[in-house]
Design a protein around this ligand. Structure first.
Ligand code: NAG
Ligand code: NAG
Ligand code: NAG
Ligand code: NAG
Ligand code: NAG
Ligand code: NAG
Ligand code: NAG
Ligand code: NAG
Ligand code: NAG
Length: 519
C-alpha cells in the first residue's frame, strides 16, 4: 500500500512497522570540502558514443535531455569519453562518422576509430560542459596516442580540462611492464612529455600539467598503480598530474563467483559500501590530499561488466548511486564519473552479459538510460537510477559541504545512511539526506516499514522524496523524485514538495530516500 504523502509522521508512528527514533545532526565524520558543480560527472564508453549522443548534425535527444535536467539545477558534469575501448581508439582525419567500430560478428570490438565528428559532437552538449580527452595507451604506440591528443586539441581545446593516457593499466598484459610500477611510471612520463611537446612544448603546451594519473581499478593485480603506489614512485615529480583518478567497482558479473554476490541486499549494505570506500579507495585519496592534490572517481558503477539485470536496472541502483556518490563526497572526491556503456565481449569470457544476437550493443543495465531501441534491451528509455542524479545534484548545489551522520538508535548501520550538508561558508546544517536502505520488495507480505526521525527543534523544512513502489521496481515511470518520473526524459507528473512544520518529525519508508532543506 502506498501511503498518502500528506499523512503526518506523527500519525504514522501508531503503526507497528514504524521505528520511532531521532537523528542527531552533529557531524559523525569530518566536514568535506565545498563541492564544485562538476561533482556529478560521467564516463561514456567511446565505442558506443554515437548510440548515446548521435552525430553532430543528428544529436540523440534522450541523452541530452537528461544532461539538461542536471544543468538546469546548476550541475556542470565533466564528460570522460573513456573506458576499455579508449585503449584501442584511433583517430582517422578522413572518417566522416564520429565513431566506427571494428568488430567480429559477435560484438567483440578490436578497434574504435574516431573521426573529427567525434570531437565536433562535443558542441552539442549544454553550454559549459567540459571533457577529458582520453588517449589510447593499450596499443603501446606514441603516434596513436599523440594523434588523438592533437585531434582533440585542434578541434576542442577550450573544452578539454584533463587528458588521460590509458584505462585501467592494471588490466593490461603483465608482459607490458612485468608488474613493475617504475617501468609503468617511466613509460607514462615518456609518453606525456612527448605529447606535451607535440601540443606546444612540454612546459608550456596545452596538456602541460593537465594529466589524470593512475586510472587503476582496485583489483589485486601484479601491477600496482593506484595513486597510493604511484605517488611514492614519483608520478608527479615533474608536476604533470592535475588529478588522481581511481576506478571503483565493488561488485561484478564478470564471472559466476562474483555474479552470485551481485545482489540487491549486497549492493545496498551500507556497512559494506563504507568498508570498500575506506579500504580500497581512501588510502589513495588521503595520500593525494596530503600532497594538496585533487582526486576523482574517474569511472565507477555498481556492478562491473555492464551490471546485472534485475539489480542494476531497478530502483536499488538509484539508492546505491545516491549513497555511493555521497560517501565519496564526504571523502572529498572532486568529481565522480558514473560509467555508461554496453557489454564488452573481450572483457571476460565468463561474464553474465552478452551483446544483442546480431552483435549490436547489449547496453549496460547500470546506465542512466537505454539510448536507442535495441534487440537486447527493447525500447529506448530512462532507467530508475536517473532520479538519484537529481537528488545528489540538488543536495550538493551551491558549494555544499557534507558530513556523515550517526546511525540512529534502533536502526541497523547496514540499512541506513544519513548526511548533513552545510553552506559553503556557514556552520549551520542547511540540508539533510536520509537513505532508508531496508529492503522492501514487490509482493512482500508485511506492510512497508518506515523510520520516523525526530530532528530536534527546527523552524520548518521542505522535503523532496526519491521513491518507488519497491526496491526492485524496474519501470522508471513508477520511480519518482519529488513526485515526478522521467522515463521518456521529460518530467512527468506534478511536482510534490512536502512541508514540515516547525519541530515536525521526518518519515522515510523502507527503500526510499529524502532530501530535506531547512527553512
Ligand atoms: C517516540 O519517541 C519519543 C522520544 O523517545 C517519545 O517521546 C514518543 O512518545 C514516542 N512516540 C511513540 C508513538 O512511540
Ligand atoms: C576533506 O577536506 C576537508 C577540508 O576541506 C578536511 O577538513 C577533511 O578532513 C577532509 N575529509 C577527509 C575524509 O579526508
Ligand atoms: C528533444 O526532447 C525535448 C524534450 O522531450 C523536446 O522538447 C525537443 O523538441 C526534442 N528535440 C528534438 C530535436 O526532438
Ligand atoms: C565524407 O563526406 C564528404 C563530404 O560530405 C563526401 O564527399 C564523402 O563521400 C564522404 N565519405 C564517405 C566515406 O562517406
Ligand atoms: C591495438 O590493440 C588491439 C588489442 O590488442 C589490437 O587488436 C589492434 O590490432 C591494435 N591496433 C593497432 C593499430 O595496433
Ligand atoms: C621536454 O622534456 C624533455 C624530457 O624531460 C627534456 O629533455 C626537454 O628539454 C624538454 N623540452 C622543453 C622544450 O622543455
Ligand atoms: C554487510 O557488510 C558487512 C561489512 O562487509 C558484513 O560484515 C556484513 O556481514 C554484511 N551484512 C549482510 C547482512 O550481508
Ligand atoms: C602535481 O604537482 C603540481 C606541481 O607541484 C601541483 O600543482 C599539483 O597539484 C600536483 N598534482 C596533484 C594531483 O597532486
Ligand atoms: C522504438 O520503439 C518504439 C516502440 O516499439 C517505436 O514506437 C519507435 O518508433 C522506435 N524508434 C525507432 C527510432 O525505431
Amino acid at each position: 500500500m502506498m501511503r498518502s504523502m500528506t499523512i503526518a509522521a506523527a500519525a504514522l508512528l501508531a503503526e507497528a512497522s514504524a521505528v520511532n527514533t531521532s537523528l542527531s545532526l552533529l557531524p559523525a565524520s569530518p566536514i568535506s570540502q565545498s563541492h564544485v558543480p562538476q561533482f556529478v560527472s560521467y564516463s561514456f564508453e567511446p565505442a558506443f558514443w554515437v548510440e548515446f549522443f548521435g552525430e553532430p548534425n543528428a544529436p540523440r535527444n534522450l541523452t541530452y535531455t537528461l544532461l539538461n535536467h542536471l544543468h538546469e539545477r546548476g550541475a556542470r558534469p565533466i564528460i570522460r569519453a573513456g573506458g576499455i575501448t579508449m585503449d584501442s581508439m584511433i583517430f582517422d582525419p578522413n572518417q566522416n562518422a564520429s565513431v566506427v567500430r571494428t568488430e567480429n560478428g559477435r560484438g567483440g570490438i578490436y578497434r574504435t576509430i574516431v573521426g573529427p565528428a567525434f570531437y565536433r559532437s562535443w558542441d552539442n552538449f549544454p553550454e559549459g560542459t567540459t571533457f577529458v580527452s582520453t588517449l589510447n595507451f593499450g596499443n603501446n604506440s606514441l603516434p596513436i596516442a599523440r594523434d588523438l591528443a592533437l585531434a582533440s586539441y585542434n578541434l576542442q581545446k577550450d573544452k578539454i580540462v584533463h587528458y588521460e593516457l590509458g584505462n585501467e593499466p592494471t588490466n593490461y598484459p603483465t608482459s607490458r611492464w612485468q608488474g613493475s610500477t617504475k617501468a609503468y611510471v617511466d613509460q607514462w612520463l615518456s609518453f606525456i612529455t612527448q605529447i606535451n611537446d607535440a601540443l606546444g612544448g612540454n612546459k608550456t603546451g596545452h596538456s602541460n600539467g593537465k594529466w589524470w594519473a593512475s586510472s587503476a581499478t582496485t583489483d589485486i593485480t601484479p601491477l600496482k598503480v593506484r595513486p597510493a603506489d604511484l605517488i611514492p614512485a614519483g608520478i608527479n615529480n615533474t608536476g604533470q598530474v592535475s588529478q588522481y583518478s581511481i576506478h571503483s567497482y565493488a561488485f561484478a558479473t564478470c564471472e559466476p563467483a562474483r555474479e552470485r554476490l551481485a545482489t540487491i541486499p549486497n549492493i545496498l549494505n551500507h556497512t559494506d559500501l563504507l568498508r570498500y570506500a575506506d579500504h580500497e579507495i581512501y588510502p589513495s585519496a588521503k595520500l593525494a590530499m596530503e600532497q594538496k592534490g585533487e582526486w576523482v572517481i574517474g569511472e565507477f558503477n555498481s556492478i562491473a561488466c555492464s551490471g546485472k539485470p534485475g539489480v542494476s536496472d531497478s530502483f536499488a541502483q538509484a539508492l546505491w548511486t545516491a549513497d555511493v556518490e555521497l560517501i565519496y563526497a564526504v571523502r572529498n572526491a572532486t568529481s565522480v564519473h558514473l560509467h555508461q556503456g554496453a557489454t564488452l565481449v573481450f572483457q571476460s569470457n565468463q561474464q553474465l552479459n552478452t551483446p544483442g544476437d546480431d552483435g549490436t550493443p547489449g547496453f549496460s543495465s547500470y546506465s542512466l538510460l537505454y539510448p536507442i531501441n535495441s534487440t537486447k534491451r527493447g525500447e529506448a528509455r530512462v532507467l530508475p537510477v536517473f532520479v538519484s542524479q537529481l537528488l545528489v545534484v540538488e543536495a550538493l548545489s551551491e558549494g555544499g559541504r557534507i558530513a556523515a551522520l550517526k546511525t540512529p538508535e534502533g536502526v541497523a548501520e547496514r540499512e541506513f545512511s544519513a548526511y548533513a550538508i552545510f553552506h559553503a561558508a556557514g556552520s549551520r546544517v542547511k540540508k539533510i539526506v536520509v537513505l532508508n536502505l531496508k529492503l522492501y520488495y514487490a509482493g512482500q507480505d508485511e506492510e512497508r516499514g518506515l523510520v520516523v526521525l525526530g530532528l530536534g527543534d527546527h523552524k520548518g523544512a521542505t522535503v523532496k522524496r526519491m521513491t518507488a513502489p519497491s526496491v526492485d521496481e524496474k519501470d522508471a515511470a513508477k520511480v519518482t523524485w519529488a513526485g515526478q518520473s522521467f522515463k521518456n526524459g521529460v518530467a512527468a507528473g506534478e511536482l510534490n514538495i512536502e512541508k514540515l512544520v516547525p519541530g515536525e518529525k521526518l518519515f522515510v519508508r523502507d527503500s526510499e530516500a529524502v532530501l530535506l532543506t531547512f527553512e
